[in-house]
Design a protein around this ligand. Structure first.
Ligand code: SAH
Length: 349
């Protein structure tokens, strides 16, 4: 059986190796990469600057994967659009477009489902099915661009799944999206959010990317974090915080600590004080996320007063704080609301 490769799964070096097997010069790989990653074509026939014999070879060995737009929903304010995108194997993922005055941010998923088990997040509810291939992560951006007619200017790896649990495909995606032959996004416009897989944070630091690392903290002590973010039992705070400090030192980029405020659970002034202590030397920034509702869980959003107090306690102790603006909660597109949806597998021709 011949394996048909999806070209968007490959890096430039791999495309170079592929064209070399056909006896073609290296520069053909870059031309090919531009068709696939920048122009987003879906057929070899459109690649008019490639010789016909190369296109013939490619059509025998390779494909250009697409996602099917199954559904899209626009928030009442019009600033957020959620897409349900179908994968070739019948699975689907959710991807969100956010319209800001400074540009267009797309929130991509990295896995079908999630196996991290955070106790307030919808993404793990349907279980974990599989990793997304690098090309499937990339194609989310092109699908959104095609559907909306708007150019993506920022990417957040904050959709369904844990990006560092799918490390190899995630770094391929980052390499391709930031490359000149791809969307050429500055890495400063890419944010990767993780629940804290310490060895992978250290691997990522060694790649010297300019991206922003966001770490889902949600609790200032192991006792509470063990419950809310179960991966803490494997990588407790005394390992996680030093890995974040090391990340910031190596990359020169401050880490952003995400803290979802769950009403009455982790939003007290005492915990804010403990958090300030934990982060006193981490030189990071705290991004508070008032919890978004997930019907299957019984937590509530924090009161505005609790958010304000939490913020002031941190600021009084010199920790920079921002409160994340809620977008798309009315269409189930806000933080923690993305989930697996079922649909019948696509019928074969
Ligand atoms: N797996 C990665 C990427 C998810 S990003 C991670 O854990 O960081 C989504 C962010 O939203 C994470 O910080 C996540 O913890 C947070 N989140 C999950 N459920 C939420 C909810 N119901 N309300 C607000 N934020 C939530």
């Amino acid at each position: 059986m011949t394996v048909i490769v999806d070209l968007k799964d490959l890096t430039l070096e791999e495309l170079e190796a592929l064209v070399a097997t056909y006896g073609e010069p290296r520069y053909r790989a870059r031309q090919l990469a531009e068709w696939v990653f920048k122009k987003g074509v879906s057929s070899f026939g459109e690649m008019t600057n490639l010789p016909a014999r190369l296109r013939d070879y490619l059509s025998g060995d390779a494909m250009i994967g697409r996602l099917e737009i199954i559904d899209s929903r626009v928030s009442a304010k019009g600033d957020t659009v959620k897409y349900l995108l179908g994968l070739a194997d019948g699975n689907s993922v959710e991807t969100v477009l956010m319209r800001h005055d400074y540009g267009r941010t797309v929130c991509v998923s990295t896995q079908v489902g999630c196996r991290m088990g955070c106790r307030f997040c919808a993404s793990g509810l349907g279980g974990w099915v599989r990793h997304l291939r690098a090309g499937e992560i990339y194609e989310q951006l092109l699908s959104v661009q095609r559907a909306s007619g708007e150019n993506v200017t920022h990417v957040v790896l904050m959709g369904m799944g844990e990006p560092l649990d799918n490390y190899g495909n995630t770094v391929r995606f980052i390499d391709n999206v930031s490359a000149a032959y791809g969307l050429h996004l500055s890495q400063r416009r890419i944010t990767l959010s993780t629940c804290g897989l310490v060895p992978r944070i250290r691997d990522l630091a060694r790649r010297d990317y300019g991206l922003t690392l966001a770490v889902s903290l949600h609790a200032p002590n192991n006792e509470l974090r063990d419950i809310l973010v179960p991966v803490n039992r494997k990588y407790p705070l005394e390992e996680l915080i030093p890995a974040c400090v090391e990340y910031a030192r190596r990359t020169g980029r401050r880490v952003s600590f995400e803290y979802a405020l769950l009403g009455g659970i982790n939003d007290t002034p005492e915990l804010a004080m403990e958090l300030a202590g934990l982060l006193a030397h981490a030189r990071g920034h705290v991004n508070l996320i008032p919890a978004n509702p997930v019907p299957e869980y019984d937590f509530t959003a924090p009161t505005a007063a609790a958010v304000g107090t939490f913020r002031r306690v941190l600021e009084a102790r010199g920790i920079p704080v921002s409160v994340r603006r809620e977008m798309g909660a009315d269409i189930g597109a806000a933080c923690g609301q993305l989930r697996r949806r079922y649909r019948p597998p696509r019928r074969r021709e």
